[in-house]
Design a protein around this ligand. Structure first.
Ligand code: FES
Length: 613
């Protein structure tokens, strides 16, 4: 037996001994320290768990690695962590940019005025022989005078209450949520007590936490990060499969995201000097189940029935938020197994449920969710678009962090690209993917069927573009977007399927609703693209119908913004609960027309010369 020491160095100063029988990815997961991508959950199929490996006794590259890693990556020592077993001392690091903070693109404040979390200042007079009421009774009676009758007062908040004395009046602030006292604090010397809400957009790929001043409606601070659960799979289904394997796995998933949210909230608290008094978390139903440690099995297979969808008033301790056990927490209503509180938040933010004219909400995240209609009624559906527009299935795809190519341009017969934060290019994020696809179609490098043309078919191609036609590691045709970053034939197919899923769903929804695109006055485009998405590129690839040109409004993170509205206004929160019953859900997986609409949408639209600059 070898006496060799197996030491793994990872991240900033983390070192531990590892099990050489397990892959490096498994070792990092066992420790709970893996922070990279692993969309396939470590099955060796996605090619995304790229790490730079130094040291160790390394086996030769596998077939899969040869296919996933570019020659440049191989040269630099990249390997796939989920396929690699080694021994000895080894140092691993992630691809640069993978761990970078997500760049936030939205700055805003919203109007509220009647938050569900109330602060009630009470003054309890000193006790006397004529007034021997106990503190709790006195509090209840004063609260009733302030309009809050029959408050539920949990025992955990009674024990720390001060006793009434004959000397001083007690001045306390009760924080009240949904008829229940959730915190008791000293009253401020003057004025209203500050109230802050931590509103979370819990996405499958990214998580954003906004700290909102609930008195003023201002977003005070924001923090964003990649969802830590992606280490257990990039898509919803892999994570559900993992959680289905037992209570321990469900607890682990809840812990991963709960601790991450607590860390994000701490980060803001340290920066601002105060903590959130309330959390309100919007997300798709799977993410909400996995946050709560609930069994998401029902969502994964027909008839796709979730365990919960009503509005829940909880506290951090009911979930897995360390350090926030007593902080009240709201999970707003979801609609179905695939339409969550994130989409209902988007409906509220856009106001489409109260408009006379028809509008369409298109939320492009890891899935595609759509809502169509007006105040007479709304129809929603979800389509399996996959995470291509979040970069997950794209060979050089990545999140919108520093170094991601966010735009490509063709202007004055010259090709150029831009990266986030002007860092050297390390991959392609959603807007970059859409821009590249649009350029390839517009210049005829890829035809409407999604086929890369042969070089001899491209006789008229400008030299600047011709020089970018390359071959990928599989011998397939590809386009060199930036040094060492290619967009391949396989990537084109991924985009083609994703946009067909969405375009097909738009067609099916319109038919069900009995209206045409001309009747749609506005298309709200939501998702992580923020305001960087170019309408012209989205139309060129057929993600948005050409007939809607000029009527597209990029609304950014409508889930987060709608969540903020609910935290600022209890009527909006209640409205989300009503929408749960009012919006009709169209199940596309068994819809008679959808399959056909999807196939019809597989062909990219034909274009004219459009300015992509
Ligand atoms: S190939 Fe390693 S996680 Fe997917």
């Amino acid at each position: 037996m070898s006496s060799m020491e197996h030491i793994l160095h990872w991240g900033e100063g983390q070192s531990f001994s590892y099990d050489p029988q397990r892959t490096l990815y498994q070792n990092l997961m066992d420790r709970g320290v893996w922070t990279g991508d692993a969309p396939c959950g470590g099955k060796g199929t996605c090619g995304k768990c790229k790490v730079i490996v130094e040291g160790g006794n390394l086996p030769p590259l596998t077939e899969r690695e040869l296919r996933s890693l570019t020659p440049h990556e191989r040269e630099r020592g990249y390997r796939l962590a989920c396929l690699l077993r080694t021994e000895g001392e080894v140092t691993l690091s992630l691809r640069r940019g993978e761990e970078g903070a997500l760049i936030q693109q939205d700055h805003f404040s919203l109007e509220g005025g009647d938050p569900p979390l109330k602060a009630l200042i009470l003054t309890i007079p000193p006790a006397s022989l004529e007034d021997q009421r106990d503190t709790l009774t006195a509090l209840r009676e004063e609260a009733a005078r302030g309009g809050f009758d029959h408050l539920d007062f949990p025992f955990s908040l009674i024990a720390p209450l001060p006793c009434r004395t004959g000397e001083e009046a007690l001045r306390l602030t009760l924080l009240i949520l949904n008829g229940r006292v959730v915190a008791v604090k000293p009253a401020p010397a003057q004025g209203e007590p500050p109230l802050y809400g931590g509103v979370v957009d819990l996405g499958t790929t990214t998580v954003v936490l906004y700290l909102v001043d609930l008195n003023r409606g201002e977003v005070v601070d924001t923090v964003a990060a990649m969802n830590g659960q992606r280490a257990r799979g990039g898509d919803v289904i892999s994570r559900i499969e993992y959680a289905e394997q037992g209570e321990d796995n469900r607890r682990e998933m809840g812990n991963i995201i709960g601790s991450q949210l607590a860390r994000m909230a701490d980060e803001i608290a340290i920066r601002q000097g105060f903590r959130a008094d309330l959390f309100l978390i919007c997300g798709n139903p799977s993410m909400i189940h996995l946050l709560a440690g609930l069994n998401p099995s029902g969502i994964a297979r027909a008839p796709f029935a979730p365990l919960i969808s009503e509005t829940l008033f909880l506290k951090g301790g009911d979930l897995f938020l360390p350090g926030y056990e007593e902080t009240p927490l709201i999970l707003p209503a979801c609609l179905s197994g695939y339409i969550g509180s994130d989409i209902l938040a988007g409906v509220l933010f856009t106001g489409m449920e109260s408009r006379e004219e028809h509008t369409l909400l298109l939320d492009l995240g890891t899935n595609g969710e759509l809502v169509l209609g007006n105040r007479e009624g709304l129809l929603a559906c979800s389509c399996a678009a996959g995470p291509a527009f979040e970069g997950a299935n794209i060979s050089a795809g990545m999140a919108g962090v520093a170094g991601a190519v966010s735009h490509v341009e063709w202007e004055g017969e010259e090709y150029s690209y831009k990266t986030i934060a002007s860092e050297p290019a390390v991959g392609l994020c959603g807007t970059g993917i859409i821009d590249v696809m649009a350029l390839l179609l517009e210049k005829g490098i890829v035809d409407e069927t999604g086929r890369f043309l042969e070089e001899e078919e491209l006789a008229d191609l400008p030299e600047d573009l011709r020089a970018r036609l390359v071959t990928d590691g599989n011998g397939d045709r590809a386009f060199l977007v930036a040094p060492h970053i290619t967009f391949t034939q396989r990537d084109v197919r991924e985009v083609q399927m994703a946009r067909a899923a969405i375009a097909g769903a738009v067609t099916t929804l319109l038919r069900e609703r009995g209206i045409s695109l001309e009747d749609v006055s506005r298309v709200y485009l939501a998702g992580g693209f923020g305001f960087w998405l170019r309408e012209v590129s989205a139309i060129r690839i057929g993600l948005i119908p050409g007939a809607c040109a000029g009527r597209v409004e990029v609304v950014g993170n409508s889930s987060g913004k709608g969540g903020i509205l609910m935290a600022l206004d209890r009527h909006k929160l209640a409205r989300a609960e009503e929408l749960r019953r009012e919006i009709s859900y169209l199940e596309l997986s068994c819809h008679r027309d959808y399959q056909n609409d999807y196939i019809m949408a597989m062909t990219f639209p034909e274009g004219g010369e459009i300015p992509l600059g």
